[in-house]
Design a protein around this ligand. Sequence first.
Ligand SMILES: Cc1ncc(COP(=O)(O)O)c(C=O)c1O
Length: 508
Amino acid sequence: MHQTQLLAMLQLDRNSSLPMFRQLYAAIKQAILNGSVEPGMQLPPTRDFCNLLDISRQTVLNAYAQLLAEGYLQGTVGRGTFVSDQLPPLSDRGRADSKLPEKLVDTASALRPLSQRGQRYAHVNGQMHFHQGGPRAFRVGMPGLDAFPFDVWGRLEARLWRRPSTQLGYGDPAGFRPLREMLAVYLKAARGVNCSPDQIIITSGSQQALFLLSSLLLDPGDAAWMESPGYRGASAPLQAAQARLCPVPVDAQGLSVQTGARLYPDAKLVYTTPSHQLPLGVTMSLQRRLELLAWAGTNKAWIIEDDYDSEYRYKGPTLASLQSLDKAGCVIYVGTLSKVLFPGLRLGYMVVPAALAEPIIQAKAVTDKHTAIGPQMVLADFISEGHFNRHIKRTRDVYAERRHVLLQELQQHMADQLECGPSDAGLDLAVHFLRKNSSAEDEQRIAHAGLQLGTELRPLSHYDFHALQTGQAAGHRPGLLLGFSSIPADEIRNGVATLAKIMRQHPY
Ligand SMILES: Cc1ncc(COP(=O)(O)O)c(C=O)c1O
């Protein structure tokens, strides 16, 4: 891990009763114990901590002093402080029988360390990010809960429980059949997806689909292309499956197939978001789609097409799914109800080539027998009674208005500092700093200042796998991802005012 990333992951809570230096001490110690920082790595200068975390130098010195005393760090404050190079290998860290000071033995690892596989789950590169608290400007990837017809959903659910169905026993691991039939019709009409209901497997969010696919299709060490910058929800399960993560850059046409083919010709799997790249917002061109399909067909590689928010397109033509162009049977289409309905529902699905259906259904059964039937039945009614299509239409208008307000405010107040990325689709907008020589550190500082003022500003480097692996930025222009769909227009205006204030105060 790079110094900047260490700084970015440290979270201190001003309202905690624990003194700030103890919090900083605990956070750095944890990063050392779980292997996020390597032995020998130089820690950032104390002034970087002070600037970014808004804490005093004494707080940092106290935390360093404690870590030096306990053997986690070495060196002298002032001439450079390093993670101790005397630490045992990662798998031994925290073992009771190691030579480490007793305090190194965390309760979590007191009995024995995690398995090699377990460490891949816990490693910071695989860690997932969770929203905290209610929606606020500029939360990313979040639909407007204020636009959801919970009254209708509640009525349908109440009807289900009033007349409990015999379907409420153990069900089909692939999911509630009527829902799969409706999804097959919807996906054909909306996205050109070619499939029968037998190829659709309902999952607990698309996250579970990504998890099952990573573990079923890859052996440890197999190479997998990952868009970089790209979605951590996809890299994490690939990481957990012990795959070799291969960051492939994204340009104005989408994933750079030529670069991927040149750098990682042996890849077994490609993860991509062609309809609306997360986080840059690019739509993959037709030429690139055909290039990718041809490469995957020739190399017998799988493509995971994550079509997470394609319902929301505000301008330009809707391109049919990659799956609809697939002649070789190599595309696995993954979808979610998290954006079009709401994430807490935890419903997603995948459409798999017919030959893959059986093993994946088996794996789904091994994982959790099947996804909860109740919400699937309510969703089937929600679709069949026309609420689903109505909700999509309505939210398209609501989000289009919010997007318009965001673009207008940015244009009015920040046109000399920020340039907007593609804004034709989705729930979020990438903005890039115009100042030359801006960096991931600037992103982090701005994001941190935003949080202090109650505004979420997601740094684009959060998605940068190339940097996570090498410590060097991948070359995308620094900036932020701003979510607009979940927050009313007034809050968007206030959020832009806050961002403008931060960027005026800090010389970016
Ligand atoms: C690229 C991408 N895919 C999928 C999802 C949805 O994940 P899930 O269905 O597990 O909620 C998200 C949500 O943020 C996303 O950004």
